[in-house]
Write a new protein. Structure first.
Length: 254
């Protein structure tokens, strides 16, 4: 963990899968085990699909033992995961109680390559996280992995989340709400020849500020902004035109 000026905060350094694990780590954060909690959610990027949740104590660091752990795609899948946290509603166990947010973020898990693209959503409050929704995005035959990101809602409204296609997915970005099984909207983050193959990574400040970059096999530089979940107006951020893929993107929230 680093400060905004680039200084590491060593008290938060951890080895969530042990010092011998070398497969890469996906990271998300949020109050997933209860309101007001500070939880770090980590997932195996390659070689497995184990997801763990660690309690964070400000000024002290990350707990050495996870408070939650699960394998969203079963013990045999080794294609890794992508992660996001979003408050998509109010849940009790596996049941949706209300569409309104409750100050607890759910864990959104996207599958890596090697199986039909799947996004599972978990309520992290139970000791064994409860599966509350599962969708198969992009297309029935797509198996090259997806990335997930929160789509913040307006004040007082629940968040949504975006699912972005992996390699060969046509730069498709889909938006989901609550426990919906089909996308509420979708668009191609990058259009034109040569932009159907690269994988896409997306982050959002809200429904009118959706930002995407190309990852593997990418050739289009910069950060693309879309102004609606259905695409809206598309433009490239001027200050980003010299930044070449492969890229990842995230949002700094206060």
């Amino acid at each position: 963990v680093f400060s905004q000026s680039g200084v590491e905060l060593p008290e938060y350094r951890s080895f969530p899968f042990g010092p011998g694990y070398t497969g890469g780590v996906e990271v998300a954060a949020g109050p997933v085990t209860g309101p007001g909690r500070i939880d770090l959610v980590v997932g195996q990027q390659r070689g497995g699909n184990l997801v763990r949740v660690f309690t964070v104590t400000p000024g002290t660091g990350v707990a050495t033992a996870p408070s939650r752990q699960f394998q969203p795609f079963g013990p045999a899948f080794r294609g890794g995961v992508t992660l996001a946290t979003a408050d998509i509603g109010t849940f009790s166990g596996t049941a949706l109680v209300a569409a309104a947010p409750d100050g607890v973020t759910e864990i959104i898990v996207g599958s890596g390559p090697g199986r039909r693209a799947t996004v599972n959503t978990y309520n992290g409050m139970p000791a064994t996280p409860a599966l509350v929704n599962s969708v198969n995005p992009i297309s029935p035959s797509f198996s090259n992995g997806v990335s997930v990101a929160a789509l913040p809602g307006a004040p007082g409204l629940a968040d949504g989340y975006t699912v972005s296609a992996g390699v060969g997915g046509g730069s498709r970005v889909e938006t989901y709400s609550g426990i919906g099984k089909i996308p509420a909207a979708s668009f191609a983050a990058f259009s034109g020849a040569g932009n159907a193959r690269p994988d896409v990574w997306t982050a959002s400040l809200g429904p009118t500020q959706i930002f995407s970059v190309q990852g593997q096999a990418g050739r289009t530089a910069g950060v693309r902004k879309n102004t609606a979940p259905s695409g809206g107006t598309s433009s490239t951020l001027p200050a980003s035109t010299s930044i070449l893929p492969p890229l990842r993107i995230s949002v700094l929230r206060r």
